[in-house]
Every structure is written in structure tokens, then in C-alpha cells.
Design a protein around this ligand. Structure first.
Ligand code: IMP
Ligand code: MG
Length: 188
């Protein structure tokens, strides 16, 4: 597959995960998800909730490999005071509609400290969904300050700041088809 996205390769120190590796892994994740949801007895389609903005690309690619009925929605949340678990809280800028009785597949770009996801899961949990499962493309376990159960995980990565495939640095690089690490001088 030849990508036509701008790739800004000259800005990268190195590519961590190639476009091909990402796309292959998404097919593997979708295979597992399709198996797990195949016998689900539910009136309404499974609700896939993508976390804006970082998970927009991953959500779009993942849902195209799912073989059961879904609906798609997005949550936009910003976290404040994310440096400590006790003060970390999340402000919802765009919410989903009624999720009562719905099976939820939450899709996130990266679980870093885990604080944002902890708050989102707690919030959604108060709204009586039938189930919530989490699918994350990336996880940085070395940075975790609160445990998060990731049902479907793409890649475990070391503690390096990454961009691309939805992830940004100062709003840039989200459209890259791969995940990379910027040259150190570009982070300053
Ligand atoms: P957490 O609450 O620390 O887990 O924050 C996770 C959020 O921080 C992610 O949804 C991303 O938006 C952002 N983030 C964490 N690590 C990175 C990274 O390496 N690159 C870009 N964004 C990141
Ligand atoms: Mg995010």
C-alpha cells in the first residue's frame, strides 16, 4: 500500500511503528473484537466511542474491519491537573448521547499515565451501559500512575513522546500514516 499522506519524514528522529505494522495490527485487533462480540445478543448496535482528537484515525481504520453492527460517536475531553491522581479530573467538551443499556467499545490513541481514561471510564460507568471495553492503540506502562485494564491493545511502547497516526505535538503531525519520534530539537 502506498500512502499519499504527507509524511514529514525529515522531522523524525526515527519511525517507531510503520504504517504497515499499524494496519496489520489493526486487522489482528479487529479479529479478536469480532470474535468477542459475535454472540452478543443486543437490540441496539454496539456503540464505538472514539476519544477525540487523537483516536480519530485509529477509530476510522478499526471500524472498517468490524463485522457486526455498530454505531459511532466521539467524546472530546481535556484533562486538568493530570500530574497527580487525586487532583486529576476531566472536562467533557463534547459528550455522547444516552448510553443506557448499550455495549460500549471505547477507542483511545494512547494510555499514558492512565488518568484521563480512569476518569472517562468512571464517568461512563455511572450511566448504566451494558458493558464497556477499551481498545487502545498504544500503551506506555512505564508512565502509568493508575491501573487501566486495556481489553485490546495495539502496541506497548517505551517512554518516548510519539507523534503521528492521530497523535500530535502542538497540534501538528496527526495526519502521518506512521508513528514516529521527532528530532529532539523540534520538541523545544
Ligand atoms: P494520560 O491521562 O496521561 O493517560 O493521557 C493520555 C493522553 O495524553 C493521550 O490521549 C494523548 O492525547 C496524550 N499523550 C500521551 N502520550 C503522548 C505521546 O507520546 N504523544 C502524543 N500525545 C500523548
Ligand atoms: Mg487522547
Amino acid at each position: 500500500m502506498i500512502s499519499r499522506s504527507p509524511n514529514f519524514i525529515e522531522d523524525m528522529d526515527h519511525i517507531m511503528i510503520t504504517e504497515e505494522q499499524i494496519q496489520n495490527r489493526i486487522v489482528e485487533l479487529a479479529d479478536k473484537i469480532n470474535l468477542d462480540y459475535q454472540d452478543l445478543n443486543t437490540e441496539k448496535p454496539v456503540l464505538v466511542i472514539g476519544m477525540l482528537t487523537g483516536a480519530f484515525t485509529f477509530t476510522a481504520d478499526l471500524v472498517r474491519h468490524l463485522n457486526f453492527h455498530i454505531s459511532v460517536d466521539f467524546i472530546s475531553a481535556s484533562s486538568y491537573g493530570a500530574s497527580t491522581v487525586s487532583t486529576g479530573s476531566v472536562v467533557i467538551k463534547k459528550d455522547v448521547g444516552d448510553i443506557t443499556g448499550r455495549h460500549i467499545l471505547l477507542v483511545e490513541d494512547i494510555i499514558d499515565s492512565g488518568i484521563s481514561m480512569k476518569h472517562i471510564l468512571a464517568l461512563l460507568g455511572t450511566r448504566n451501559p451494558a458493558s464497556i471495553r477499551l481498545c487502545a492503540l498504544l500503551s506506555k506502562p512505564d508512565r502509568r500512575v493508575t491501573p487501566i485494564k486495556i481489553d485490546y491493545l495495539g502496541f506497548t511502547i517505551k517512554d518516548e513522546f510519539v507523534v503521528g497516526y492521530g497523535l500530535d505535538f502542538a497540534g501538528r503531525y496527526r495526519a502521518l500514516p506512521y508513528i514516529g519520534v521527532l528530532k529532539p530539537e523540534l520538541y523545544n
